[in-house]
Each structure stands twice: as C-alpha cells, then as structure tokens.
Ligand binder design. Structure first.
Ligand code: FAD
Ligand code: NAD
Length: 476
C-alpha cells in the first residue's frame, strides 16, 4: 500500500465552502487536498442558487412580456418552450462550471481527489482508496433536501432541488410542500412559466423573514395566481392515474386535498453527515449538522466544519464567509469568530425580500425595547414610479444612538440594495453616516436615505432648534 498523503489541509466537499478554502489556501502555496464525490461546485452551482436563479430569470422574461402593455409596448402573448428554458438553465451552469472545475483547481496546485471521503480515526481520512493524514481538515459536505416521512410520498416521483432542473417538459400543476425560500422562489418562477402552482406550508410562508415584509411578497405572488395555503400540514400523498398526484393536508379549517401533476419537496435541509465516519473521528454531530463553536472548530480540534454542514445559516455567501474564518485560523493562527448578526440574505421572488442584522423582534429583545423603526415605501420613489415597481418598502431598525441594527427590504432590487446595508451593519454605521452620503437620482436605493433622514424630521420641529436657526440668521 502506498504511503498516506500528508497535506497541510484536507477539505471534504468541493462546493461553495470547500472551493473557497482550497482557492485561498492554494494562493498562499499551502499543500491542499480536496476530496469531492459528486459534481465540483456542489449544490449552489448544480442544484441550487445557479439553476434556480436562471429559472427565475426565464420567468421574469415571460412576466415582462405580459406586463409590457402597461408601458405602451405590445409583444404578443408570452409563449414558453420549457425544453429551451431547460437549455438556458444548463447553459448558465455550463458557463460558470469551469470556475469550479477540478482542472482549474489542479492548475492552482490543489490535489483534487474525486472520491467519497470517510474518517477512519481521529487523524485519518480515506478518500476512496487514498489514505490521508492532514494537519487540519475542513468538512464542507453541504446538505441535502429533507424528505419528511409523509405517508405515500415514496409512491410518487416527487421532485427535490436535485431533480427539479432536469425537466424538459412544462409542468401542468406543481404542488410545492414547504413555503420557504426554495418553495416561494420556485412557485413564482413556475407560475410565470405557465404552470398552475399550489404551495402547502405547515406554518407561515417565508417564516424566517419579517412578517410585515414577507406579507407584501406573498400578496404579490398570490396576485400572480399562485395558491398558498399557510398553516397547512401535509398528511399524505397518493398517486392518481398515470401522471397525477393527490396531496392531502390539514389546517384549522379541516382536512382537504389538492390534485396536481408534480410534487416538489422543499421543507428544509438535512446536513450531509451520514457516512463521513464522524464518530470514528470523535466529531460531535446531530441532525442539524456538525457541532461547532463560533470559531467553526468541531469537538476534534483538528477538524473544522463550514457551510451548510455546520448547522447554522445555509447560504453560499455564509459558506464563503466561513471559509475565510477557517483559513485565517489554520494558516495564520489568528483567532476568528463567526458573527451571524452581519449576514445578509435575499430571496429572489418578485418583489425580492432581503434582510441583514437584527429583526425588529430580536432588536427589541436585546435593547429592552429602546429601538426605533423607520420605513420608506417604494411608492414614494421616482424611479420606482417610472419602472412601475412601486410595491414594497425598506424598514430600518436602529438603537437609541441611531446605530443601524437591522434592515429589511421588500421590493424591486432588494437583493442588490441590501449590500450597502450589510456594510453599514457590519461596520456599526449610524443614521448620521447614511444622512451624509449622496445617492444618485433617480435610483430605488434612495429609499434607504429617505428612511434614514426621516429619523431627523421630529428634530426640525423642536422649538430650540428653530430658535437656533432664527438666532444664527442675525449674523447675516
Ligand atoms: C434550490 C436552492 C436554491 C438556493 N439558492 C441560494 C441563493 O440564491 N443564495 C444563497 O446564498 N444560497 C442559496 N442556496 C443555498 C446554497 O446552495 C448552499 O448554502 C451552499 O451550496 C452551501 O455550500 P456548502 O459548501 O456548504 O455545500 P455544497 O455547495 O453543497 O457542497 C458540498 C459538496 O460536498 C460533497 N460531499 C458531500 N459528502 C461528501 C463526502 N463524504 N466525500 C466527498 N464529498 C462529499 C458534495 O458532493 C458537494 O459537492 C440554495 C439552495 C438550494 C437547494
Ligand atoms: N435566495 C436564497 O438565498 C435561497 C434560496 C433557496 C434556498 N436557500 C437556502 O436553502 C435553505 C433551504 O430552503 P427551504 O425552502 O427548503 O427550507 P426552509 O427551512 O427555509 O423552509 C421550509 C419551509 O417548509 C415548511 N415545512 C416543513 N415541514 C413541512 C411539512 N411537512 N408540510 C408543509 N410545510 C412544511 C416550514 O415551515 C418552512 O416554512 C434555506 O433555508 C436557505 O438557507 C436560499
């Protein structure tokens, strides 16, 4: 048997997190082994962010054609060729794939092993038949769609994010179980591409977001023809004829069912910990993932976990953020801690829904209620009027000293707009800082400044402020 590989870092999983660690470490000339058992690029590129955003983009075009008459433009009826939508989605994946490819990473100096990885003891990993004894390990194995034990679900060809984007035929009636970001993004995209869509959500749809702003998004999606049943738990699934499916659910209103052609399961994620030999490695874990401290280190000091498998927020940019934190610790021995309060997220519905920092509820709890809430509607923005994108608002949560604690936006371009607020929250900026910057006119991002400036309106009415203005006038 050949002698084991002894790299400085061994990464398990070549997705958003693993590739970021590999690229960063390799750029410092560190000896890195990356083990990937599936497709390089992981979920985000192959079954997640990229195909879903490409599908949403296709839906947006169909919608724009339907909306065109309100701008005085007629383009005829929108016709969707689902086979070509499929090709569009896969050509987008194909365009990005070279960035994440084994060839590219090998050219960077990373030893990419295409095999399944499994720990055999606290210091040794087997990648297929290759034995590895690395100084440090980074587990970045991601997550998989959680498929709940709903009676009858296994009797139908249900879809998950891994199969949804393979279809070349239009869906007649898509029933989506779960009204989280996957459920709602895909509901609207399919509706715009011509399908009938029903969402069955056990609790509140878009439940991780500010209820006030989520309601704006849901109202719009409903207005486009998606049926959303909240507080509706799926109780069983049954096959109907050759191609049909019936989904039974119960709510406060009683029991009911909906008939459709396809079922998409989107009820959350299961961390990929199975088969990794974590017990042999002395790595504590549960259904949520590998247990890590704020420094992302597991119960085995040699092993870090990042991204979806680390059991926290599950986003590509979080996996990338985690990668930076572990590289800093492994290469430079500089302590690092994850700060979830600065992580933004965006749901790419129309209107989009984006958030960073503390929610109104959380900020209220942490600051003993001493917070202020500022809002500004899109309808009061000139660009939004010109574009007919007047639905939505920005909501700022600030503390007593006007420090920005959290920002939520529902509206056009919210995902882009949240960028500057992510910087503001991470740097602890105040409304005074926002008051002092100049946004170009006419941009929708002006709503942020308008909300910030509204904080100072009560001050303009204070008698002593008015007295100062009158007093200063005397000096010419
Ligand atoms: C439909 C959908 C849409 C999404 N949209 C967005 C979005 O718009 N924005 C956003 O930020 N996030 C989005 N996400 C979430 C995002 O995809 C994940 O948070 C991100 O991919 C997590 O990165 P990761 O590195 O932890 O895991 P992944 O990128 O999934 O990579 C894990 C890799 O590990 C490999 N692996 C697993 N086990 C082993 C093993 N034993 N040995 C070797 N290799 C192994 C897998 O094959 C995989 O390639 C979306 C997810 C889905 C499902
Ligand atoms: N734009 C983005 O950044 C984006 C897009 C898609 C996914 N993602 C990531 O992927 C993760 C997974 O997305 P998701 O939507 O699958 O999960 P989720 O956990 O965010 O939402 C799942 C929803 O399903 C509901 N649910 C659970 N069991 C149910 C049942 N038996 N019947 C009916 N409803 C049920 C839950 O109440 C919840 O609202 C997200 O949390 C997010 O981190 C991000």
């Amino acid at each position: 048997m050949s002698s084991p590989l002894t790299p400085d870092i061994c990464i398990i999983g070549g997705g958003s997190g693993g590739l970021s660690v590999a690229a960063a470490a390799a750029s410092f000339g560190v000896d890195v082994v990356l083990v990937e058992m599936g497709k390089m690029g992981g979920d985000c590129l192959n079954y997640g962010c990229v195909p879903s955003k490409a599908m949403i983009a296709a839906g947006k075009h169909a919608h724009a054609i339907r909306e065109a008459p309100s701008f005085g433009v007629t383009a005829g009826e929108a016709k969707v060729n689902f086979g070509k939508v499929h090709d569009h989605i896969h050509s987008v994946i194909g365009a990005i794939a070279p960035n994440d490819s084994a060839e590219r990473f090998r050219a960077m100096g990373v030893n990419v092993i295409e095999a399944e990885a499994r720990f055999v003891d606290k210091a040794t990993l087997m990648a297929g038949k290759t034995e590895i004894r690395a100084r440090r390990y980074v587990v970045a194995t991601g997550s998989t769609a959680l498929v709940p034990p709903i009676p009858g679900l296994d009797t139908v060809d249900y879809l998950t994010n891994e199969t949804l984007f393979d279809r070349t035929r239009a869906t007649r009636h898509l029933i989506i179980i779960g009204g989280g970001p996957i459920g709602m993004e895909m509901a609207q995209a399919h509706r715009r591409l011509g399908a009938e869509v029903t969402v069955l959500e056990g609790a509140r749809a878009l439940g991780k977001d500010d209820p006030e702003l989520a309601a704006i998004v849901l109202e719009n999606i409903r207005a486009e023809g998606v049926t959303i049943h909240e507080g509706s738990k799926v109780t069983s699934v049954e096959k109907r004829g050759k191609t049909g499916v019936r989904v039974h659910y119960e709510s406060d209103a009683g029991e009911a069912f909906v008939d459709g052609s396809d079922v998409l399961v989107a009820v959350g994620r299961l961390a990929n910990v199975e088969g990794l030999g974590l017990d042999a490695a002395g790595v504590e874990h549960d259904r949520r993932g590998i247990k890590v401290g704020a420094n992302l280190r597991s119960s085995n000091k040699r092993i870090y976990a990042i991204g979806d498998v680390a059991g926290g927020l599950q986003f590509t940019h979080v996996a990338g953020y985690h990668a930076g934190l572990v590289v800093q610790q492994i290469l430079f021995r500089v302590p690092a801690k994850e700060n979830r309060d600065i992580i933004p997220w965006a749901t790419y519905t129309d209107p989009e829904l984006a958030h960073v920092g503390l929610s109104e509820e959380e900020a209220g709890k942490r600051h003993g209620g001493r917070i202020s809430i500022l809002r500004w509607p899109y309808a009061e923005n000139d660009r939004a009027q010109a574009e007919r994108k007047t639905t939505g608002l920005i909501k700022l949560v600030v503390d007593r000293k006007a420090r920005i604690l959290g920002v939520s936006i529902a509206g056009a371009g919210a995902g882009e707009m949240i960028n500057m607020w992510a910087l503001a929250v991470s740097k602890g900026l105040t409304l005074k800082d926002v008051r002092g910057y100049v946004p170009p006119y006419p941009t929708m991002a002006e709503i942020g400044k308008r909300a910030a400036v509204s904080y100072y309106i009560p001050m303009t009415r204070k008698p002593y402020v008015r007295w100062i203005v009158r007093f200063l006038r005397r000096f010419g």
